[in-house]
Design a protein around this ligand. Structure first.
Ligand SMILES: [Zn+2]
Length: 276
């Protein structure tokens, strides 16, 4: 699942700076945190989603986690290094600078603060920058680090970080897997949605779009409603172009809200998984 560390910091900043009352902000923060945990989780997406709604489920076999189970590694030592880099620099810096310290990069900023003299300087050279970004994201998602919105996203340790630092708890992390770029290009039909269309497939459709249309037609017949009530043409086109591989990716498709994702998510993800 791709999102940047900066997205997390910016999103948190937006929440803190919004005019919403405190209670609302707390809810927003919790939502962001559960979203983060969702993104970084090594559990089946369906299991987590239903768990969130208080239901038990078996792994779906269709989501990105089920299809490509993440490789877990013992990230305890890496986490300790990352946390102590934040601690030893006064919890005043963001991930970028901390990663430079860990990787032993002699940047201007490192010189300026004399951080090349820290015991943590260069102790993380065995992990590349991408790998460290993934570690920091997971530390944020696990609530071991907190990005301080009032201090430009400076990373601060939370109380839960202590047992890790002391070596009392071990931490499993997901390995960042190199994924091939999506093969799909946006089809020219995307956006030419026509609410009056029958829902039948067209000869110019990609195989995936054709099977999405067939599925929608069957749904429409079963429910006795017009095809566009199930999903708009435009939404089908977006699914065919974006190839969502998880419920959260599906939720990012215009026209798919929580209700549609819950109702049709499994079927749509299965169609995407089967056709590309
Ligand atoms: Zn699954």
């Amino acid at each position: 699942m791709t999102y940047g560390l900066n997205d997390v910091v910016i999103h948190r900043q937006m929440i803190e700076e919004s005019a919403s009352p405190g209670a609302q902000k707390r809810v927003e923060r919790q939502k962001l945190e559960s979203m983060l945990a969702y993104c970084e989780s090594a559990r089946c997406r369906r299991v987590i989603l239903l768990d969130y709604f208080g239901e038990q489920a078996t792994p779906c076999g269709n989501c990105d986690v089920c299809l490509e189970p993440p490789i877990l590694w013992d990230g305890t030592v890496a986490a300790q290094k990352a946390l102590s880099a934040a601690l030893r620099t006064g919890q005043r810096f963001g991930a970028g600078h901390l990663i430079d310290i860990l990787r032993g990069k002699n940047t201007e900023k490192v010189q300026q603060f004399g951080h090349q003299g820290l015991p943590t300087f260069g102790v993380g050279a065995d992990i590349d920058e991408r790998g460290w970004r993934s570690v920091f994201r997971q530390l944020l998602a696990a609530g071991l680090l907190d990005a301080d919105a009032s201090a430009y996203g400076a990373l601060k340790l939370t109380d839960s970080a202590r047992p890790i630092l002391k070596g009392e708890t071990r931490l499993q992390l997901r390995r960042q897997v190199e994924r091939p770029k999506s093969r799909a290009t946006r089809s020219s039909r995307v956006g030419t949605g026509n609410a009056a269309s029958s829902g039948a497939s067209r000869s110019s459709d990609s195989p995936l779009l054709a099977s999405l249309r067939e599925w929608r037609l069957a749904q429409a017949r079963e429910q006795g409603v017009p095809a566009y009530v199930i999903l708009h043409d435009r939404t089908l086109g977006e699914i065919a172009a974006l190839l969502p591989a998880s419920v959260s990716a599906l939720l990012a498709v215009p026209g798919i809200g929580a209700a549609k994702a819950e109702r049709y998510g499994d079927a749509l993800l299965a169609l995407v998984a089967a056709r590309h």
